[in-house]
Ligand binder design. Structure first.
Ligand code: 8NA
Ligand code: MG
Ligand code: MG
Length: 348
């Protein structure tokens, strides 16, 4: 479909859920042989499999809150979004939330809380979380707002409800901008070579802010940490020799920090735009992206969720095997909500 077509909205939101549900199997695993990944994915096609539906985790639980809030308020409302996070957590605490963010979600449930950003600021001795929990739920901001200035502003604020460290919330900004560009057709062949450069120039502005500079110093990161990682993505892409999974992990990471997972997810999408050795020939690009994200190990549900959103916005809903969709809790809701977001996006 064309830029910002309904198919792209549906692809983005549904593939994000899929990545979370399918990736849960390997979350935290150090090494995941591609054979095991393919076995897991083939298993989804087996109608007789007995293990029922794959449950979504914190990634999708919080994304659903973001979506509901943006739709109900027809825009960003931090009070409403915070309330939804707290309510969702108290209703289903067992979705695999990060150890730190649980404290924030409990405080957000207090009816006496005036400043909804305060609990996040108190995390980790006042430094705030640098986890990828803000980035994993950032895709809907790119589906609700068409203007990159709005996407930057609101994805950042939405993440700051739980992640006040710039190394956390700027991961959310990067993820939302990547989904935005993909939705606009930025991964179609004529625009593909400039995709990563556009993200770098956006992030150069984002990371020039004082808070980002000072957080980088606190955590002994380089001056423009996300930009540096995006340059590494570019270097890996430009190398024509095949890049090993070990190199991807050592250059970009596969961990729970936003800095070690958002650029990785972007790399997964770019790398899988073409057929790759070790991946089945019958796979299309979206299936390749899923399989490759899982094979990296580490925070597989979150990396596959983020890569899924970017890839889904490029390939559209028809690229996602229906049998995969039927296996995943929340995929149908995501599809319905994508249509609502599409309407909101084009109204604004
Ligand atoms: P978070 O805010 O609790 O951060 C996750 C973890 O990162 C914390 O528990 C800390 O260990 C560490 N961390 C974050 N900020 C700091 C800091 N400033 N100083 C020191 N340590 C810090 O949770 P989140 O919402 O960011 O979640 C991140 C990931 O953890 C998600 O993928 C989520 O699914 C979850 N999770 C991951 C695994 C896994 O094995 N990869 C398992 C269960 C849960
Ligand atoms: Mg999770
Ligand atoms: Mg995770």
């Amino acid at each position: 479909g064309g830029p910002a077509s309904l198919s792209r909205f549906r692809g983005a939101l549904v593939a994000a859920v899929l990545g979370d549900c399918v990736g849960g199997e390997f979350e935290g695993a150090e090494e995941v042989p591609m054979d095991r990944v393919l076995q897991h994915l083939n298993g989804l096609e087996d109608e007789s499999r007995g293990d029922g539906i794959l449950q979504y985790s914190d990634d999708t639980a919080m994304t659903r809150c973001v979506v509901q809030s943006l739709l109900t308020r027809a825009g960003f409302d931090e009070q409403d979004m915070a309330r939804r996070f707290a309510k969702e957590y108290s209703h289903s605490p067992g979705r695999g939330y990060g150890a730190g963010v649980i404290q924030v979600l409990r405080k957000l449930a207090s009816p006496h809380l005036n400043d909804v950003f305060q609990p996040a600021r108190a995390q980790f001795s006042g430094h705030g979380s640098f986890g990828n929990g803000g980035a994993m739920r950032a895709a809907p901001f790119a589906l609700a707002f068409s203007n990159p200035v709005d996407i930057r502003r609101y994805s950042r604020l939405g993440a700051m409800l739980t992640h006040s460290c710039s190394l956390g919330y700027n991961g959310a900004v990067l993820q939302a901008l990547a989904v935005h560009l993909s939705l606009q057709g930025g991964l179609e062949l004529p625009h593909r070579p400039t995709f990563i450069n556009k993200l770098i120039s956006e992030m150069e502005e984002v990371e020039a802010e004082d808070a980002a500079r000072s957080d980088s110093r606190v955590f002994s990161e380089s001056e423009f940490p996300f930009c540096d990682r995006l340059h590494r993505v570019k270097d890996l892409m430009e190398r024509n020799t095949s890049v090993s999974i070990e190199e991807v992990i050592s250059e970009l990471g596969n961990g729970i920090a936003a800095l070690h997972s958002v650029p990785t997810a972007i790399f997964c999408v770019l790398h899988c735009l073409e057929p790759r050795e070790g991946l089945p020939e019958r796979y299309g690009g979206l299936e390749r992206t899923m399989a490759y994200s899982l094979a990296l190990g580490g925070d597989t549900d979150t990396i596959a969720c983020m890569a899924g959103a970017i890839a889904g916005a490029h390939y559209g809903i028809d690229a996602i095997p229906q049998i995969w969709q039927r296996c995943c809790e929340g995929a149908e809701d995501a599809d319905i909500n994508a249509e609502r977001l599409h309407t909101l996006y084009h109204q604004a």
